[in-house]
Design a protein around this ligand. Structure first.
Ligand SMILES: Nc1ncnc2c1ncn2[C@@H]1O[C@H](COP(=O)(O)OP(=O)(O)OP(=O)(O)O)[C@@H](O)[C@H]1O
Ligand SMILES: [Mg+2]
Length: 268
């Protein structure tokens, strides 16, 4: 893992306002992720994990604070530049997959490249995109399911499809918001194994929200959101992937590992 700071956020504040009600969610979050790191974000339900991911991923803007990516400030970019960043540098995976139901798995994977292209360039490069989508479907173990609709896929297969879709733009930074939250334990482990391979082999930096501490312990580092802040770091670049488990993890409350059926959609 390289040591340079890849993305960092300073003093992030986010308040949701609806009618006369203000909900302060983030109250001064400082965090960073190094290039090549696999970082977990944990915290109680409602602590602002998804909110933080949306800010870091340029899906939403902070009320106060700054976000830097590759040493450039990104929270104040124009809408066009933010779109460009999301389409070219970032990938997103969500708990509920967000696949388009009327498209096949393969077509879903190709969507981000279609959005990127003009009609003209799509006509020229569509077959290249298709080949890349097929390669990615094979990489995530779904070479035999490419022409299935989402409703014909299992949860794990839908999440693999969503991972392939997130990778089609060749992202440097992957945001995964509870990617295993809707899957059984074994399937969840397989998905995390796939993410670990992407991190280790393809050097994709990953920020993953999870409620599953066993899964979080298998990543390089964990940060915890508490009362709108990042709690004092629990772990600083330990021996990777849980070979040695730092003592500090034993202090994490187990009750956050709540059952999947109590989960609500991830807010997108
Ligand atoms: N668009 C919104 N408008 C108003 N309030 C919101 C909005 N999105 C989130 N919130 C509130 O902000 C708080 C943090 O939400 P967020 O989704 O970031 O939490 P979370 O840590 O991801 O929770 P979970 O683990 O349940 O997914 C919650 O109290 C939620 O109700
Ligand atoms: Mg959430």
């Amino acid at each position: 893992m390289a040591g340079n700071t890849f993305m960092y956020a300073q003093n992030l504040h986010k308040i949701y306002r609806k009618n006369a009600i203000s909900t302060p969610v983030l109250k001064g979050v400082d965090m960073e992720v190094a290039e090549g790191e696999f970082l977990s974000v944990v915290g109680a339900s409602g602590s602002g994990k998804s909110t933080l991911m949306h800010l870091l991923g340029s899906l939403d803007k902070p009320d106060v604070g700054e976000i830097y990516y590759r040493e450039k400030r990104i929270d104040n970019l124009s809408a066009d530049k933010r779109d460009h960043l999301r389409n070219h540098d970032f990938g997103f995976i969500f708990q509920f997959y967000h696949l388009l139901p009327e498209l096949t798995a393969l077509e879903n994977v190709m969507i981000p490249l279609m959005i990127r292209s003009s009609v003209f360039s799509w006509l020229g490069n569509g077959s290249v995109a298709r080949k890349r989508a097929i390669t990615l479907m094979e990489k995530v173990g779904l070479g035999h399911r490419m022409h299935h609709l989402p409703k014909e896929l299992s949860g794990g297969e839908m999440q693999r499809t969503a991972i392939a879709r997130a990778l089609i733009g060749n992202p440097a930074l992957l945001f995964a918001d509870e990617p295993t939250g809707n899957l059984d334990e074994d399937t969840g482990r397989e998905i995390v194994q796939l993410l670990r391979e992407l991190n280790e082999i393809d050097n994709v930096t990953i920020i993953m929200v999870t409620h599953n501490l066993e899964i979080a312990r298998g990543t390089h580092r964990i940060i915890k959101l508490v009362a709108g802040h990042v709690e004092v770091p629990l772990q600083q670049h330990p021996e990777a992937f849980g070979v040695v488990r730092p003592e500090s993890f034993d202090n994490l409350p187990e009750d956050e590992n709540h059952p999947d059926e109590t989960r609500r959609p991830a807010g997108i």
